[in-house]
Design a protein around this ligand. Sequence first.
Ligand code: GLV
Ligand code: MN
Ligand code: MN
Ligand code: MN
Length: 428
Amino acid sequence: IHEPQSQDSLLSLSVDSEGLQKQIDELSTLSETPAPSVTRILYSEKDVLARRFIKNLMGLSGLSVREDAVGNIFGRWDGDEPELAPVSTGSHIDAIPYSGKYDGVIGVLGAIEAINVLKRSGFKPKRSLEVIMFTSEEPTRFGISCLGSRLLAGSKELAELLKKTVDSQNISFFDAARFAGYANHLQDLTSVFLEKGSYSAFIELHIEQGPILEEEATSIGVVTAIAAPASIKVDFEGSGGHAGAVLMPMRNDAGLAAAELALAVEKFVLESGSIDTVGTVGILELHPGAINSIPSKSHLEIDTRDIDEKRRNVVIEKIHQSALSISENRGVKLSEFKIVNQDPPALSDDLITMAMESACQELNLTFRKMISRAYHDSLFMARISPMGMIFIPCYKGYSHKPEEFAAIEDIANGVRVLALTLAKLSLA
Ligand code: GLV
Ligand code: MN
Ligand code: MN
Ligand code: MN
């Protein structure tokens, strides 16, 4: 029989803040760009070193480590009833070009520290506890966001797509994965899929990436929902030519088609009338990219999100219609209009948010409910497990840039809430 145990010892236990800060700093040096920026691209040399760093920490915490075919890393602490579905927590450590050192990272290092906190307190889990480091939450290398968690959640579409996916250097997904020691002799990624019910709960600790908690001086954000993200790739092709010799009426300028579409994205997003609708053209490339050559090709990548899926889909439809009419009016070919992903939003599980709220109360930390405008691996874990997210404040809400910062006191608060919530759910 399982002895109910007191969680009182957890309330006093403090996080090893100094050690955690050191780990965050050390991980940030595994970067392809100079400090304070961090760039860590999937399956790169730095990514491989960072993975080694994480696996080593998991080992030091006494977790048994497993990796799947795409390099999702799992560290398990067996509970007294290991046949029950475990409680899991985690995030990512890949970093988009010239970003900061906290996005994702505190949800991985913080999760390992939460395990350490529980171990030091003498806690004995009933359900096993598992820390997950997801492969490629960021879409940088292969254009696919939440690659690892999307596969874990059983995306057959993605398993197929990856067979023919290459990066900008034409390196195939499988060659890149093999470089990092994964996907050996394997074309079938269905081995990565996890069944629904594999976990009794999944929790992700993350910086808010927005300004609310800091502005309100609130310690913890309890996430109730994650906004619905979508991304689109567009290519236009015109006839190019000499920037001096081809007169204006004779041109089919693929660059101007792209410029017009970029402005149209902004217009459609604003037309939604809701502050929750956002759209960004983060990639805009012109070919051949010479000052005295009319662009013959252009490439855009468009990110649009909303907490209201239908409203976001209206924006996508308008972008599509606009791309078609721009192509017709300018005499350029719309050679590609590809919706890369069009994901629904995800809702947190009530029992998990309640456990997080009581953890905050017991730890005497202020908290508020909020939505996540950024996407996270939690969006996909929600497909196979009840899900919840813990947000902590970050400086001015900065993220995806080198100025991203979270104070170690705030990170430590997040780790304590995570630890206590894991403990509660492990005994549930
Ligand atoms: C992930 O980093 C996102 O863009 O929300
Ligand atoms: Mn990010
Ligand atoms: Mn993140
Ligand atoms: Mn994210």
